[in-house]
Design a protein around this ligand. Structure first.
Ligand code: ZN
Ligand code: FE
Length: 255
């Protein structure tokens, strides 16, 4: 079972559980995780961390009292210890589930993502603050070129991959996506669906990679309409990194 536990104003702490044991990803707060564990009498068997920001790690200390298992996190970042360090290419196991690690620098310098490939279901991607539905993370520590490369790695995963982002930013991202690509009908249809979800207080996530490739401007830096829009907003040329950099800067000031 894959569950999004709301935390803070717009974070999701993802939980995978089998009705007995659970693992959580990026627990920025302990209380909502404890409530979710208690509600279903689950044991906490592991924690995965994608990057060092407080809204992703600040619940770890309190959760350790309940934790029967490892904490995994990025080797290049300072994560509350003890924590088993991981880097791209590594593989880890929690509750008998395997996760492949991908380096995705850009939002932070050492950000990692986790991919689980169940034998009988679509892959699951925990991408932290790198890829959002219809958007991507801000560049706090990395370059546009790094983030562009990181997103390309994620975009290469299978189309049915379930994209588990750490924030509910979808509707505001979609307003920007529509400004970039006014003629993309899938953006309008997806926006309607997301508005219905939010009006029912339901998450818009997980998304899928196929959908993100169709509507997320940051994964569409080679599309002619996206290139034209980026060039109208300062892209130096029509290369992927230049288009991405212009989109990211435009989004930073977009209202
Ligand atoms: Zn962050
Ligand atoms: Fe965050």
């Amino acid at each position: 079972n894959l569950v999004a536990i709301p935390a803070y104003a717009d974070n999701y702490i993802w939980m995978l559980h089998d009705a007995r044991q659970a693992l959580v990803v990026d627990p920025g707060e302990a209380a909502p995780v404890m409530r979710a564990l208690d509600a279903q009498r689950l044991t906490l068997g592991g924690i995965l961390v994608t990057h060092h920001h407080p809204d992703h790690v600040d619940g770890i200390g309190e959760l350790r009292e309940r934790l029967h298992g490892p904490v995994f996190g990025p080797v290049r970042e300072r994560i509350p210890q003890p924590c088993t360090p991981l880097a791209g290419g590594d593989h880890c196991e929690v509750l008998g589930l395997g996760f492949d690690v991908i380096d995705v620098p850009g939002h932070t310098a050492g950000h990692i993502a986790y991919v689980h490939r169940p034998a009988d279901a679509a892959p699951i991607l925990f991408c932290g603050d790198t890829l959002f539905s219809a958007g991507c993370g801000r560049l706090f520590e990395g370059t546009a070129e790094q983030m562009h490369t990181s997103l390309a790695k994620l975009a290469a995963l299978p189309g049915d991959t379930r994209v588990c982002c750490a924030h509910e930013y979808t509707l505001s991202n979609l307003r920007f996506a529509a400004a970039v690509e006014a003629d993309n009908a899938e953006i309008g249809a997806y926006t309607e669906w997301c508005e219905t979800q939010r009006s029912r207080k339901q998450p818009t996530l997980p998304s899928t990679l196929a959908r993100e490739r169709a509507i997320n401007p940051f994964l569409r830096c080679g599309e002619p309409a996206v290139v034209r829009a980026a060039q109208a907003h300062g892209a130096a040329d029509d290369s992927g990194p230049a288009v991405f950099a212009a989109l990211r800067e435009w989004k930073n000031v977009f209202r």
